[in-house]
Structures are given as C-alpha cells and as structure tokens.
Design a protein around this ligand. Structure first.
Ligand code: FAD
Length: 433
C-alpha cells in the first residue's frame, strides 16, 4: 500500500447523466470488473476496452502461486468480454488523452487545479493509442502498475504477466541458482515456489526485514525465519547495485553468481502518457472518494488509482486484488451519474512458505503493535493500535481472526489491548465495555 501525498481531501464535481460511450484504458481485473458492473446496472451504451497485452483479462494472484507450482496454466477471468458486449481492442496501448474540457490546455501544459478544470467544463474527449483514437463520454483509467527494474546490463526477469510466470516455471529446476531481488510479497511467493522445486534460492533484500514495505519492519522480521526453514538464503540489509550477465553486483563491491535473476522490488503505475492531459498525477491517478479524476468524466480504479480515503483521511494507492474487484462497484455507479464513495478497509492476502498471510487496514500512523499468539507457532496475529482503536491486523493461518478483526477495524470501537493479545479471546470480544 502506498501513501501518496497530495492536497487536502477533494471531491471533484459529479458529472450527471448517462454517457453513450465509455472507454476503459487497461484490460486487467479493474477494467473487466468495471464493464461487468456497468452491464449489471443495465447500462446499454458502448463500452470499449483498450489493453496493451494481447490477451483478454486474466487474474494475477495465481501467477506466483498455482501457475508457478504447475497446478494452473490459464487464469483467464470471467465473464468473457463478448458476453458483456464489450469492444475489445487488445494489443493496443493508450498513448495520450485529449479531454474536451482541456480545450488546448494540454498543449500549453497549463496546470489549473482540479476544481477550476471542472467548473463549467464538459466531460468527454479522445483517447489516443498506438493504433488510432477512441472518442469517449467517460474514460476509465485502469492501467495497473509495472514492475520497477534495477540498473544493469543483463536482461531482467519479472513476475507480473502470465507469460513471465509460465517462462519462469520452465526454468525452475533442482539446483538452479536463483537470485531474487526483493523480499516483498512477490519475492516471498517466488522463493516459496522455487525452493519447493529444489532450486538454490538466495533472496537479497535492502531493508532490515522481509515485507518491510507492506507490513513494517517489526512485523516483517517475524517472517524472516520462514526462509531458512524452507532452505532459502535470505540476506537482509543487502542492497543490489545492478543485474549483470551471470549474477548480481552487490552494493559494497560483492558479487552473487546466479543462473537466473528475478527483480521483485515493487511496482509503479506508468502514467507518463498522461503528461499534459490535465489529469492530476501523484504516484498514481489522483482521484476523489468517488474515484473521479481532476478532469471531468475521467475516473480511475485498481493499482493505478490514488484514491482519497475518508476512513484514513489521506490518499491511498493499493496494489491489491480486493481494491481492483470492489472499487469498480462504486466506479460504475458514478460513471452513470451517481455520487457514491469508495471507503474500504484495505485487504490483501499472500500464500508463502506454507502459510496463509492476510492483512486488513492500514498501520500507517499507528502507535504500537501487539502480537497475538506465538510467532514461532503455526498461527498468530499482529494488531496495530492508534490510541485504543485497532487500525490494522496481520494474521498468519488465522482466517477467523482476520474476518473478526476486519469488522473491528471497520467499527472503530475502542479495544482492550490485554484482551487483544490473548489468542484465546476471540477478537470480536476484545472491545472495551
Ligand atoms: P492489472 O491487473 O495490472 O491490469 C492493468 C492492465 O493495463 C495490464 O494488462 C496492462 O498491460 C494494461 N496497460 C498498462 N498500461 C496501458 C496502456 N497505456 N494502454 C493500455 N493498456 C495498458 N493481490 C492480492 O491481494 N493478493 C495476492 O496474493 C496477489 N498476488 C499477486 C501476484 C502477482 C504475480 C501479481 C503481479 C499481483 C498480485 N496481486 C495480489 C495484485 C493484484 O493482482 C493486482 O492488484 C491487480 O491485478 C490489479 O488490477 P488492475 O486491473 O488495477 O491492474
């Protein structure tokens, strides 16, 4: 989860009316869910999906799990685009946006505020692509995020697309010296799959703990022993300078020889193509709680959307499945003239080293973390508190704690720290009377 800066809470003006033509840039989970929700609401207008990948939408979470393990080859999402009567322009990349309301501003680079742009301006415009252009009344930006590369002269492998997952799977064999750069979610899941296939896995992590970016160093460190148990060499505090033929150049002058190197240091939205369009960007597309962007008639969802969270009173960009699935429910309502808000308790899961890891909420700004149960045992949890309110929860093999804790976070009821730390007390009973 990212916490882009950005100004005070914004609500861009609602664009009323039912559009004739909706164009969606991106053809992943958020894009498909938007089309599905629109049709589910009875929308009968034109929907066009423009996706850079030549494939119809597919699911990514299984790529680092069942695809790598060989249990799945195909993760296509349903329903299919034809049943939704969507015009699919696949293998086509969005390259520019000319919004009618910008009326020449995009050329001059004029950067008025979102509110100014919206006042008196009309929605609609043209999405430019590498194959032509698509006129729209409403535009949805659902272009996801891309893995960040490192410096170096060797070609780098990533685990983001199904083709990359299938190619990696072919390489994983006993004795392969695999270097994984980054002990985040993807690095941990890849290490799990590669170790299970008998590879000799080394994970290089610049931070002092695995998963430090996602759950913070204190909780992340509680997962470090999982690597050694699985026979994976985890090297913390190890920066990488570059990826070179035959291995990895380490900061400080060292060298790690490897047959294959996978870079898994995180993802970022690639939105350079929107420069000059008038769409405000700040580590993602800046959208309000209704997922509306600063240009009227333009919206965003999924990994690329930096949305205003009324719950946390700051902007969040969440690179997880749950947000790409549920955000489009609100988005579809607002594309059709509604004024709904998306105000989730963010949720994600990961399957690593034989464990189901789940997280809900946001620990950003929490004052303390309480461990529930024994982290050396099979199941445990960590709860974050701000004052006497629980703001986030991490669970390991404890789905019941996760669902009760998620409701507790939603309720914002005061909790008793003593009860919270006792794994024999159900989380729903840990509220302060
Ligand atoms: P994407 O699925 O990335 O789709 C965006 C699409 O837009 C892509 O196909 C891209 O090619 C296309 N695009 C980009 N730029 C353009 C352009 N200019 N023009 C046209 N098209 C463009 N989340 C969890 O909560 N739990 C998990 O266990 C989990 N596991 C994951 C494992 C892997 C290997 C990966 C990669 C992700 C995982 N996630 C997981 C994250 C989750 O899959 C994403 O949050 C989700 O896919 C986001 O959906 P999206 O539609 O926003 O973006």
């Amino acid at each position: 989860m990212q916490h882009p800066g950005g100004d005070a809470p914004q609500r861009f003006p609602v664009v009323p009316g039912i559009p004739d033509r909706i164009v969606i840039a991106g053809a992943g989970l958020a894009a498909l869910r938007t089309a599905e929700e629109l049709r589910g609401r009875g929308y009968g207008g034109a929907i066009t999906l423009v996706g850079a990948e030549a494939r119809p939408p597919y699911d990514r979470p299984p790529l680092s799990k069942k695809v790598l393990s060989g249990e799945l080859d195909d993760t296509s999402l349903s329903p299919d685009l034809s049943s939704l009567k969507v015009t699919a322009c696949l293998g086509e990349t969005a390259t520019g946006l000319a919004a009618d309301s910008q009326s020449g501003d995009s050329q001059s680079g004029n950067s008025r505020s979102g509110a100014e742009q919206s006042r008196g301006s009309r929605p609609g415009g043209v999405l430019r692509t590498d194959r032509g252009e698509h006129r729209f009344d409403r535009l949805v930006l659902a272009t996801g995020a891309r893995p960040m590369p490192l410096a170096g002269t060797a070609a780098q492998r990533f685990l983001h697309s199904i083709d990359e997952a299938l190619a990696l799977r072919e390489l994983l064999r006993p004795g392969l010296r695999l270097a994984i750069i980054g002990a985040g979610w993807i690095g941990a899941e890849l290490a799990t799959a590669a170790a299970a296939r008998g590879c000799q896995v080394t994970v290089l992590e610049a931070a002092a703990a695995p998963l430090a970016g996602g759950i913070g160093p204190q909780a992340g460190l509680l997962t470090a022993s999982w690597y050694a148990e699985a026979g994976v060499d985890l090297r913390l505090g190890q920066r990488v300078d570059s990826v070179e033929p035959g291995g990895v150049a380490l900061a400080g002058g060292g060298w790690l020889a490897a047959d294959e190197v996978v870079t898994a240091i995180g993802v970022r939205p690639d939105l350079r193509w929107l420069d000059g369009s008038g769409v405000a960007l700040d580590n993602g597309v800046v959208v309000d709680a209704g997922l509306s962007a600063s240009v009227p008639g333009v919206f965003a969802a999924g990994d690329c959307a930096a949305f205003w969270s009324q719950r946390y009173q700051r902007r969040l960009r969440v690179e997880h499945w749950d947000v790409a699935v549920h955000g489009p429910t609100v988005l579809a309502a607002n594309l059709l003239g509604g004024d709904d808000s998306y105000n989730p308790v963010p949720y994600f899961w990961s399957e690593q080293f034989g464990r189901m890891v789940q997280y809900a909420g946001s620990h950003h700004g929490a004052q303390r973390m309480i461990v529930r149960g024994d982290p050396a045992g099979a199941r445990w949890a960590a709860c974050w508190l701000a004052g006497d309110t629980m703001t986030a929860l991490l669970t390991v093999n404890s789905p019941r704690d996760l669902s009760q804790g998620r409701r507790l976070i939603e309720s914002a009821l005061p909790v008793d720290a003593g009860l919270l730390s006792d794994p024999l007390v159900p989380l729903h009973a840990a509220t302060r009377s």
